[in-house]
Design a protein around this ligand. Structure first.
Ligand SMILES: [Zn+2]
Ligand SMILES: [Zn+2]
Length: 303
């Protein structure tokens, strides 16, 4: 697992790499434009080259782009869908320019409308954006399930992937806070393992490409998207450690999105995530050794 953080691009794309390196991040996530405005930032080849040069020797092994929150590919409003498609295309182009692992996208919202129809609309817009770009991956993020947001369940994520015609460039980003808030009990290793078994059955673990680790301010199944600092929410140190030490997550970029006072995660936050991961992995090894011992003991008794 490559543990890292969402960082700002203020001052230029390549500044994000420096911010990641200062935090000791192994992965970073950025917005490719201001998250609250439709207007795209006009990055060009020089910006991409500077970013790629900065990445060399930075210790950062993966970059994610988060599409901005204004997008609603599932909107009933044709104008909003057109703007969402244009912005998504821009995100995918920047991802291609900087060699990002993928663009993370909230699949959209049905608002109060029909969910299957909303999923079809989102699939169409996403498919069109993919058709106009070359190679960048798109990671649909699971959501907490607030309002009419799509992607609250593995069934909805699978339906969304199908609506994109199962394009091989479409993967999934799982967020620990959203999973918990949408009702998946991932606090304990056995619980997370069962949830991933279900994910594998419904979506396929092969499609899992990136992770967000955030604690949740609100309880299991609350359907509210309220992040907390790692260890300070309902998941707690144990739940966050469970997520960070999950064997099936090995090799994937996993970024923190939550810092103190609504700011970006700090070096201290990244260190804390790495420490929780280290401790939880050690606990898993001890538990595995105990279980193995019990099994061997049982076999002997059986003979
Ligand atoms: Zn997230
Ligand atoms: Zn969230």
């Amino acid at each position: 697992m490559l543990v890292g953080a969402h960082v700002s691009t203020a001052g230029g794309l390549d500044r994000a790499v420096a911010r990641g390196a200062e935090r000791g991040a192994q992965a970073i996530q950025i917005f490719n434009q201001s998250p609250r405005m439709w207007r795209p930032t006009a990055y060009g080849e020089e910006d991409f080259a500077a970013f790629r040069a900065a990445l060399q020797g930075s210790g950062i092994g993966a970059v994610l782009i988060h599409a901005v929150y204004l997008l609603n590919c599932a909107s009933e409003d044709r104008e909003i869908r057109a703007r969402s498609r244009a912005s998504l295309i821009q995100s995918l182009r920047v991802a291609e320019g900087i060699g990002a692992a993928g663009v993370v996208l909230h699949p959209g919202s049905a608002k109060t409308g029909d969910v299957p129809k909303a999923i079809r609309r989102a699939g169409r817009v996403i498919g069109e954006a993919l058709a106009q770009t070359e190679s960048a991956e798109l990671h649909l993020e699971d959501t907490a399930g607030a309002g009419g947001t799509l992607g609250r369940s593995f069934q909805e994520l699978a339906a969304l992937m199908e609506a994109c015609d199962g394009d091989s460039r479409v993967g999934i980003c799982l967020d620990s806070c959203h999973l918990y808030a949408s009702g998946y009990d991932i606090k304990e290793p056995d619980g997370l393992s069962a949830v991933l078994d279900e994910f594998d059955r419904v979506v396929s673990c092969e499609r899992l490409r990136s992770l967000h680790v955030n604690d949740s301010l609100t309880p299991l199944g609350s359907n509210r998207d309220r992040h907390a600092l790692l260890g300070e929410g309902e998941l707690g140190e144990r739940g966050c450690g469970t997520f960070l030490s999950e064997p099936r997550f090995e090799g994937l970029p996993c970024v923190l999105e939550t810092g103190r006072d609504g700011g970006a995660p700090s070096a201290q936050d990244v260190r804390r995530a790495m420490e929780l991961r280290r401790r939880a992995r050690a606990a898993r090894r001890r538990r595995g050794a105990r279980r193995g011992g019990a099994r061997r003991g049982g076999a002997r008794r059986g003979q």
